[in-house]
Each structure stands twice: as structure tokens, then as C-alpha cells.
Design a protein around this ligand. Structure first.
Ligand SMILES: Nc1ncnc2c1ncn2[C@@H]1O[C@H](COP(=O)(O)OP(=O)(O)O)[C@@H](O)[C@H]1O
Ligand SMILES: [Mg+2]
Length: 234
């Protein structure tokens, strides 16, 4: 029975799909070797189109994609649940890529209480932080709902993405946001931030960038993946 992992934020462009790809690639490869599946639930099909394109070019994927751009509300929920439950049964880790909005009765609202982990990428800008906080509060509600209705844990874990570590103001901004999330909402963020890399553009469906950025073994991505892994292993 797979653990369900979501990278969510109601803000577009913060790296939900990219981080899904990076984590799926790394965790499906050595030394982790998890059986990974990804459901792309976003109508935009960022992962879906990439996957399709790479398959057509002959790329051998290291995890399986289930493209599901359709609505899951109303009478359509049963069909989706069948797909979701099958994917969960057949994997160790099931990632779900969601659209970038909060929607009562819609995809995020329905799928988030089915997750084990919701990682929330945020970038160092006030505009993003505002949406991130709104999303974080909504997911905190889901965490409560999961505890009450299913008597299990849903972990909500924010982390900073697209950080240029040479820019001191970005680092202090992230520290302030992390501190605020902890003190105001009791939510602990990841220790490791993800850098802003051109390598992320190569986060395909068969590329394990784990430990591979600039050939530095203990790269920022390696550390981030290792921390992510230590969280989902618990
Ligand atoms: N850590 C990163 N470093 C560099 N570029 C990134 C990083 N994370 C995401 N991006 C880029 O930002 C853009 C938006 O990312 P995407 O994953 O599509 O966001 P979302 O799914 O949240 O809308 C893409 O062009 C992606 O390549
Ligand atoms: Mg996306």
C-alpha cells in the first residue's frame, strides 16, 4: 500500500510539478528504488505532456504516470477513486500533482485528505507567501479532518524553493517565513531549501539528478531529497 505524497500550493509557478518530478525520479532510482506512480490531476498536464513527449522520443521512464485531467466531482468521483486506489495498491509511493487552486468540493479539497504528506513549496516573495499561508491554513484544517475522521496522521510540510543562496535577503526572508509558520501555525518547515537551478529544466522522467548537480556529491538537491526521504520514511 503506497504512501500518498502531494506537492501543493494554490500559487502557480512555485515548483509543484517540478518538485514532484525531482522527488519521483530520485526515489524511484538508486539507492531508494521505490515503486513510484504519479497521477497528474492538473488540467494543465505539465507532467502528462512531458511524459507523453518523452515516451514518443523513446525515453524509458523509471516510474509510471497516470494522466487524469478530468473532473472528479459529482458522479465522477467513483471512477477516480477506482484509479486512485489501484495506483495506491500497486505502488510504494504515489505522487499526485494537483492544480494550483483551492477548490471546495474539487480536486484539492477531495484528494488532500487522502494524502499522507503534503509538501508546500514556496518562493521568497510576499505575494507567494500570502497564498502559501492561505493554502497552509487550509491544509492544517485537512490535517485536523484526517485525524478526526480517519484517526491517522497527515503531515503538512512547507519548504523554500528556487533559492539563490548567494542572495542574503532571500535566506533571511525564508528564515522569517519558517519562523512565522512555526510560531503562528505550529507547522514545521523542511530544514533544507531547494536552490534555483538550470538543472531543474532537465527533471525529466528518467533523469535522476540526485547527487548529480555539478557532480557535487552532497549537493543541495541531495540534501533536500535525503531530508524528504527521512520525513516520508517515518
Ligand atoms: N528549483 C528550481 N530551480 C529552477 N527552476 C525551477 C525550480 N523549481 C521550478 N522551476 C521552474 O519554475 C517554473 C514553474 O514550475 P512548475 O513546477 O511548473 O510550477 P507549478 O507546478 O507550481 O505551477 C518551471 O519553468 C520550472 O522549470
Ligand atoms: Mg504544476
Amino acid at each position: 500500500m503506497g504512501k500518498v505524497i502531494i506537492f501543493g500550493n494554490q500559487k502557480g509557478g512555485v515548483g509543484k510539478s517540478t518538485c514532484t518530478l525531482l522527488a519521483a525520479n530520485a526515489l524511484a532510482s538508486k539507492p531508494f528504488n521505490y515503486k513510484v506512480k504519479v497521477i497528474d490531476l492538473d488540467e494543465q498536464q505539465t507532467i502528462g505532456y512531458l511524459y507523453e513527449g518523452e515516451i514518443e522520443r523513446g525515453t524509458k521512464p523509471i516510474w509510471e504516470l497516470i494522466a487524469y485531467p478530468h473532473s472528479i466531482t459529482g458522479g465522477k468521483i467513483h471512477k477516480f477513486l477506482k484509479v486512485f486506489n489501484k495506483a495506491m495498491e500497486e505502488s510504494d509511493l504515489l505522487f499526485v500533482d494537483l492544480p494550483g487552486y483551492l477548490d471546495e468540493g474539487g480536486k484539492t479539497d477531495t484528494v488532500s485528505p487522502m494524502a499522507d504528506f503534503i509538501f508546500i513549496p514556496f518562493t521568497p516573495s510576499d505575494k507567494d507567501t500570502y497564498s502559501t499561508e492561505t493554502y497552509l491554513l487550509a491544509m492544517k484544517q485537512k490535517k485536523k479532518q484526517v485525524k478526526e475522521e480517519q484517526d491517522r496522521k497527515l503531515a503538512v510540510v512547507p519548504f523554500a524553493n528556487k533559492i539563490d543562496s548567494r542572495i542574503k535577503s532571500q535566506i533571511s526572508y525564508v528564515k522569517t517565513v519558517r519562523k512565522a509558520f512555526k510560531e503562528m501555525h505550529g507547522i514545521k518547515s523542511m530544514k533544507n531549501m531547494l536552490g534555483s537551478y538550470k538543472d531543474h529544466a532537465n527533471a525529466g522522467i528518467d533523469t535522476n539528478l540526485y547527487g548529480g548537480i555539478n557532480h557535487i556529491k552532497e549537493s543541495n538537491l541531495t540534501k533536500w531529497i535525503n531530508e524528504l526521504h527521512s520525513i516520508i520514511k517515518k
